[in-house]
Design a protein around this ligand. Structure first.
Ligand SMILES: Nc1nc2c(ncn2[C@@H]2O[C@H](COP(=O)(O)OP(=O)(O)OP(=O)(O)O)[C@@H](O)[C@H]2O)c(=O)[nH]1
Ligand SMILES: [Mg+2]
Length: 238
């Protein structure tokens, strides 16, 4: 059997985490030849996230330093060496776990190395993305396509699938601790020469209020886009 590891970064996601784990299509994945492992990253949760995740069979990784980037790097450093495919999605039940079947298909069939779930090219349900965030996401995506020439259609998405070996290599170069992590991963993966394509996904309204600060986080995301323009992959860092 092949192995798929599902990574879910969490900061106080007691409302969503149970639903996200339960909806992982384990039976369908088994029929495709995959055993599923679930890693939940406890990024300083003070609610019942950890208890709920554990009761649903997830392995808990603890990352005490706050920030989505830190949580993702902790996950990458704890992935089973033998993992064939890594999938990541948020713990707030805004992405649909059932849709991971479509994200992994192009990787499993050798079409590409990385797939991003695109909200901008998919279904954005009512109330899930503010007008301001939509403009920001379109603008960042345009800038990445313009300067990096990647076939990317939603740079700030939280739904990814990678070949296991891509994550091993990419994790050596991750520096972002917060919400610029997606921009960092995408721009660096383009520079590393990986084949990245998108599949449409559904984006649902979050049950909790947004903790992303459009202006300050937007500035950090733009700064990461700019900084990585001169980033070169040397393939030697251990
Ligand atoms: N806010 C926040 N989220 C974190 C942190 N560490 C991990 N996460 C997780 O990262 C994922 C995305 O966080 P969200 O706050 O939903 O941010 P977002 O989806 O980019 O933006 P909005 O939902 O529009 O606010 C969630 O699963 C969080 O639980 C952290 O330190 N802060
Ligand atoms: Mg969210």
């Amino acid at each position: 059997m092949k192995i798929i590891t599902v990574v879910i970064p969490c900061f106080n996601e007691e409302k969503g985490i149970g639903k996200v784990i339960e909806a992982i299509p384990k039976d369908k994945l088994k029929a495709l030849g995959f055993n599923t492992q679930v890693l939940v990253i406890d990024n300083n949760c003070t609610d019942k996230t950890v208890e709920i995740a554990r009761s649903k069979g997830a392995t808990i990784i603890t990352e005490p330093i706050k920030g989505k980037g830190k949580a993702i790097l902790a996950a990458f450093n704890n992935i089973d060496e033998k993992t064939d495919i890594v999938v990541m999605l948020d713990g707030d039940n805004t992405y649909q776990s059932s849709e991971m079947i479509r994200l992994i298909e192009p990787i499993d069939n050798g079409f590409c190395d990385v797939v991003i779930g695109t909200r901008l090219g998919g279904k954005i349900n009512s109330g899930s993305m503010s007008f301001f965030n939509r403009i920001g996401n379109w603008s960042f995506t345009f800038l990445v396509r313009l300067a990096y020439h990647g076939s990317i259609t939603d740079v700030c998405t939280g739904y990814f699938a990678w070949k296991g070996e891509v994550v091993k290599e990419l994790s050596k170069y991750i520096l972002s601790d917060g919400f610029a992590i997606e921009m960092e991963m995408i721009t660096k993966m383009v520079r590393m020469g990986y084949q990245i394509y998108s599949v449409p996904i559904t984006y649902n309204r979050s049950e909790k209020s947004s903790s992303l600060h459009p202006v300050s986080d937007g500035a950090k995301i733009l700064g990461t886009w700019f900084r990585n323009l001169s980033w070169k992959y040397d393939g030697t860092k251990k």
